[in-house]
Design a protein around this ligand. Sequence first.
Ligand code: GRF
Length: 224
Amino acid sequence: MAVLKPPLKLGVLISGRGSNLQALIDAVRAEAFPAEIALVISNKKDAAGLQRAAEAGIPTKVIDHKAFAGREAFELALDDALRQAGVGLVCLAGFMRVLGAAFVGKWQDKMINIHPSLLPAYPGLDTHRRAIEAGEKYSGCTVHFVWPEVDAGPVILQGKVPVRPGDNEDALAARVLELEHKLYPLAVRIIAEGKARIVDGRVVLDDATGKAVQALLALPGQKV
Ligand code: GRF
């Protein structure tokens, strides 16, 4: 009889709306998804994502950075909560605090982030405005392992969308967000299934996974 691997336990860190959290909630509900959400942590007590988690019956915790003497103490509390919940993969989903090197080191290769640009282009904030102002023809989103520098670390998946003439920030953000909601659960699945390895600071997907992902993320008319 095949021995079933227990699902990977996710800890999702949010600060706000939580639409990517919702995409993960919906994904893990699907049959045979190889991960489950063990805990959602927000550093803001009024984050709308907390409600989404509660509605899905997922344990939540508010860890307000302002209640701690400094970043170190805040991050120790985060680390504690994640470990107590048995988390194996931390998913940053609109978490608006920069994490220090000590915390990042503890979760090395076990923490991922989604960012609304084609990294390394446009790390940081206001990505859509900056992409439009620069006259980019394409933008997109990136899921990457977290390294100490902001919005850096080995890229797991990237998806592209066109920047259309006349796009404003909101229009582009909406187009990118739709893709984010597909890309993040897909990246989690790939990691949970052990199909992504980090080699020399880069993510290598096994052949079949790489091809399947390319086909899935191809723009209309693009040959893969
Ligand atoms: C997303 O655009 C994500 O890429 C970025 O922050 C935003 C969070 O949105 N890191 P939501 O809270 O998941 O709706």
